[in-house]
Design a protein around this ligand. Sequence first.
Ligand code: AFP
Length: 279
Amino acid sequence: MVDMIIETLKESAIHIDTLLKTHKGGYLQSTNTSGDTQLEVDVKADKILEEALLELPCVKGICSEEQAELHYSAYQDAPYIVAYDPLDGSSLIDSNLSVGSIFGIYNQKLSAQALIASGYIIYGPALEIVIAQEQVLHYHYNGNIWQNLGALELKKKGYINAPGGTQKHWEAKHKTLIESLFAQGYRLRYSGGAVPDLHQILIKGGGLFSYPATSDAPQGKLRKLFEVFPFAFIYEKAGGEASTGTQRILDLEVGHIHESTPCFFGSLEEMKLVRNIYE
Ligand code: AFP
């Protein structure tokens, strides 16, 4: 049944990619629950996913970053709830940088422990999708079919440092962490889109992505259900770790569906350094 959801996400990816490549529309008057001003393409991508997923008899409900509440389907006995961010990084669209869709497939309830698969679509020079179940599989769309490019695995240590958040609002210990990575020769790679930034670390085999607690955003910026849990699941399945600095992400509870959390994703060596500095 999860395969049906994954096939539907692959089909929706092709529609959203076409939308992004052909559409030129600006901002709407509306904002979403997180207070972000919505682009017309945010709303359209959301509709594409919502309509496709709600048709599936195995989907009990959907929960979108662009919508205030969980939306139940007609299939109340179905097992899965799909939580997704239809277009993450949409503020990068006007500069023509890569953006993505992120999704988590939850069994019966929206909790980190109920996550059974997750992934993301990346709309870049190529259209790709990464899906984590037991392995983290990477697919490329060749204009006709989805080709499996194989499993993504993190090495124990990488060389990329992707530090999110405004530096003047970082805590002293976070500055220490980031400076220590640069002092070891890590390279800065940060676009401002979680999908391309976290994808690059997976493709290059390792590194650290951080979006810490800051004085202007004490709970970080990235949302648990739509960004943080799906990527935590992916990074763990790829042989890395994901934490808040002091706690494993996939042990966190969820209060409100739009709740955010500080987060760190990386390969084992970098995550050890995060623990040493944060704990
Ligand atoms: P937008 O969807 O508003 O572009 O935000 C993207 C995002 O949620 C995530 O993809 C990035 O990692 C993060 O924000 C970047 O935030 P900063 O610009 O504060 O570094």
